[in-house]
Design a protein around this ligand. Structure first.
Ligand SMILES: [Zn+2]
Length: 307
């Protein structure tokens, strides 16, 4: 902290043209998050007298921009009995300062926490966003960035499927590259299509119990709302779904651009290979193997025969 005190005094002090781009950025962010800070001053603290917002959330320059204390720090204007202000201090400032209590030690808190963690800042940064009920399907504890990123785009309908391209004026055949019967769109690919439904049902046979083919959100919710699955098994099911979205989408693109086709069984083998690479390091891997060998839900026995 001392380096910026010596060089810049306070991130709330206005920048000048000679300041670095980094410091200018820090200053602009400091202004944005000013209300998140709470300062507690002590007689010996080196908070900026003029610029740090230690006076009920404001700096002294906010109260009276026309008056500026000459010395830099709070401890320059205190003694053992309290404030030691120069005689030129305006009455308005004296009144404000008389209501400020000194603590034994100075403290800076973020949203009331004197020892905030990364999660504290993270939640604060995104607090203006509405929390969606499907975020745990994608960004669970065991997520894989590559698979979750594609699943995220699929959930939002942002993959460049044929229906999306046609909306943008690109004239290409609407028919699905897999089944050659349905029209390609997100709901068809995940998982209305015979091809993708065969893949996901081979990996998660419980989905075969649906009277009608589940859409993507129903697929997630089936496992997410299950009361008998422990969390680590739900994470695996979400990982299977997300991994399937990635490989189905990749297969769609290789069919379209490279004219190379793989059967559902081949794609399932790729997905199992990718899943095992992730799951083998999980703490519950042995339990997982045991359970899924019993249930044949993710058949590691047949996986071994593939590889
Ligand atoms: Zn299809």
């Amino acid at each position: 902290m001392s380096w910026f005190r010596n060089r810049y005094l306070s991130p709330w002090k206005p920048v000048n043209s000679l300041d670095s781009r980094l410091w200018k950025k820090i200053h602009s962010v400091a202004l944005l998050v000013k209300s998140n800070f709470t300062f507690q001053i002590s007689r010996g603290c080196n908070f900026s007298m003029n610029w740090d917002p230690w006076c009920n959330g404001n700096s002294l320059m906010d109260f009276l921009p026309s008056y500026k204390f000459e010395k830099k720090f709070v401890n320059c204007y205190t003694n053992s009995s309290g404030w030691a202000l120069p005689s030129s201090t305006p009455l308005a400032l004296r009144f404000e300062l008389s209501g400020i209590n000194f603590a034994e030690q100075p403290a800076t808190a973020w949203d009331g926490s004197v020892s905030p963690t990364f999660a504290t800042f993270y939640l604060s940064y995104f607090k203006h966003l509405v929390e969606v009920n499907w975020h745990s399907f994608l960004w669970h504890k065991r997520y894989s960035l590559r698979y979750s990123a594609y699943a995220w785009m699929a959930v939002l309908g942002k993959l460049k499927t044929v229906d999306q391209l046609r909306l943008r004026g690109i004239d290409i055949p609407a028919v699905c590259y897999f089944c050659d019967s349905g029209n390609e769109c997100h709901s068809h690919l995940f998982f209305g299509c015979d091809y993708s439904f065969t893949v996901i049902c081979t990996l998660l046979p419980e989905l075969g119990a649906f009277l009608m083919r589940p859409n993507l959100m129903q697929t997630y919710d089936y496992f997410g709302s299950s009361s008998h699955l422990p969390n680590w098994e739900k994470y695996l099911c979400f990982l299977v779904i997300n991994c399937t979205i990635y490989f189905v989408w990749r297969e769609r693109n290789t069919r379209r651009f490279d004219n190379v086709w793989k059967s559902p069984i081949e794609i399932v083998a790729y997905i199992r290979h990718a899943l095992l690479a992730k799951v083998k390091n999980w703490k519950n891997f042995n339990d997982l193997k045991g359970r899924f060998e019993l249930d044949s839900q993710l058949n590691f026995t047949s996986y071994r025969s593939v590889w």
